[in-house]
Design a protein around this ligand. Sequence first.
Ligand code: 5GP
Ligand code: SF4
Ligand code: MG
Length: 468
Amino acid sequence: MCSLFGIVAPDLPVADLTYLALYALQHRGQEGAGISVSNHGQIQTYKQLGLVPQVFTETVLRQQLIGQMAIGHTRYSTTGSGHVVENLQPLEFSLDGMPFTVAHNGNLVNQFELHSELTERGYRFKTSSDTEIVGALIAQFSGLSFEEAIFAATRKIKGAYSLVFLTPDRVLGMRDPYGIRPLLLGKMGNHYMLASESPAFDIVGGKLIRDIEPGELVSITDVGVETKMYEAQTKRRMCVFEYIYLARPDGDLYGRNVYKARRRMGEQLALEHPVKADVVIGVPDSGTPAALGYAKASGIEYEEGLIKNRYVGRTFINPDPMVRDLGVKIKLHPIREVIEGKRVVVVDDSIVRGTTSRKIVSLLKQTGAAEVHMRVSSPPIVSPCFYGIDTASYDELIGARKTPAEIARYLGADSLGYLSIEGMVKAIRLSDDQFCMACLNGKYPIEVPASMKREKNLLTEPAPPAVA
Ligand code: 5GP
Ligand code: SF4
Ligand code: MG
């Protein structure tokens, strides 16, 4: 996943503002965080493993990160290369002696080819992150202006990339020609900002202006913002999972509020998969808006049936099966008074491997639910994502291997209903050609090379060592 932020504001404490923005974007990456500032042309970067408030102390923000413009990043950990400090961003490079830093959200589908190509030309990789490929490519276009070098690099890289750059005198942001991952332009007074999601603007006292378009490069200086299209053949194909699960509900993407879209998905789900029941509950937090929508459209009462402990990290993975089973109870605990003796509709946003959903169904049954009807506010995930979301490979995706009826049996649910693709699109209120839905319908907007398909399971392994 990952999150991006950028700001140019010579009269404001840019590091503090970036810190607040990254705090608001923490859900997009909990592995580590970094900020680069430009202080009268001198670039400083600070990054560490950990959550945003753990990474940046007051001393770091006020003494080390003084500047007039900044970019920031939070990193999402995929298993394997997760806890490697070298992979944190922004990454530092230079073009003809001019320093620049870059931060990335997405995944390059031709990274293996580009990695070999750069290695053969003598470039020595310091990280196993594909972001280094972008920076290294740009750095090789000696003699070009920075923007020209970016354009030249975009002719080589393929895949999903929202990028922010910091140079001595500007912040730049761009989206790939399909705009798979989000990036937005915001404003505070006469200062411009970039962010992966609009709540980052709200948190610093600014507001959303618009989405950066696919194939667009914006360049922000202290006099304003300039924009260029670096690619003529562009299409809007934003990741539909931003609306389903990834983005904060209090944000807007392409003019649609994410919470409202999720609520409407729940309403639509109730129309598509009605059931006689006594209570509707959601799996917090991601299933809550859709559960509210389901309750409204079905007329069945909504209740809080599962309480989430917010202090349990995603890292609670104990090898002992007994402790692991207890793990789900630490994270989600049922309210017996809501569940016992009831026919329960439980709404979640998605099923990936099915392991969480299975535990939830069993937890509800153990708590005395008379019936458990699982409702999912997205269509079945039938194909892996190659564009930067850590959804499993084919053999791990339960939706790729089993029919909904088989999945219902596996979950131990009395019934299971998924939202249809048409219903999902209708609920978001954008036309179906605006999205990437590859993991739902197998239609990949950006061709995925065989090397990437093969490497899907190896993606997170460190890249092969460079040969001298
Ligand atoms: P499962 O039942 O497949 O084990 O887990 C489904 C749950 O995982 C859902 O509640 C969903 O919110 C959550 N989840 C966590 N990470 C992701 C992700 O990267 N993509 C999707 N689609 N869901 C995720
Ligand atoms: Fe999003 Fe699925 Fe497309 Fe990946 S394949 S970008 S998760 S819609
Ligand atoms: Mg969830």
